[in-house]
Design a protein around this ligand. Sequence first.
Ligand SMILES: N[C@@H](CCC(=O)N[C@@H](CS)C(=O)NCC(=O)O)C(=O)O
Length: 203
Amino acid sequence: MAKVQIIGAPFSTYVRVCRIVAEEKVIDYDLVAVAPHTPAVDAVHPLGKIPVMRHGDLELFESRAIVGYLDRVFPGPRMIPEDPVAAAKVEEWVSLVNTALDDVLIRKYAVLYLFAKDGGPDRARIDAILPKVEKALGLIAAAVAENGYLVGDGFTYADANIAPILHYLAKLPESGAMIEASGALKAAMAAHAARPSVAKTVP
Ligand SMILES: N[C@@H](CCC(=O)N[C@@H](CS)C(=O)NCC(=O)O)C(=O)O
């Protein structure tokens, strides 16, 4: 069988999601570490975004499609459960994160620190987004409060999809303090960070 290529920079949260899933399923894959809008990416993703994937003749773009393919085609633990209700609950969280929480936590908050200009992070924009950051982290903390997982009683795509985002947030002052103050979220993050799939893919 051809070897899977996951194509995209290791710092990308969505690239890391695909790698965590591949590691959980013990898939022998190559990481092709390239930035968005570079030829290897543009050849597959219509908007030049990462990750993209190659497997033999198959080309895929969008992390959701890549994860779904890897999960179905390869053996190993199901990251999207077979049970329809559990699968729908995983999809709920993936969709919520990909359409709303990622936008607040990474694109509108974390980037203010990660891509700050010479004058330092934009304080006014940080302060403006903080209530939404607090709400988003509160939702996640409430969901993991029972047993440390977003869905059911094990590590699924829902957890893999959010771990790379939380990794960055733990390092930033305001979100880091919120995580520190939230016993449940902090404990869940520590447990997930100790998984070989998560530890091996730290950017
Ligand atoms: N919906 C896409 C989002 C991918 C995405 O936004 N990737 C970022 C890096 S984390 C990117 O390529 N950004 C460059 C751009 O948006 O032009 C997926 O799930 O794969």
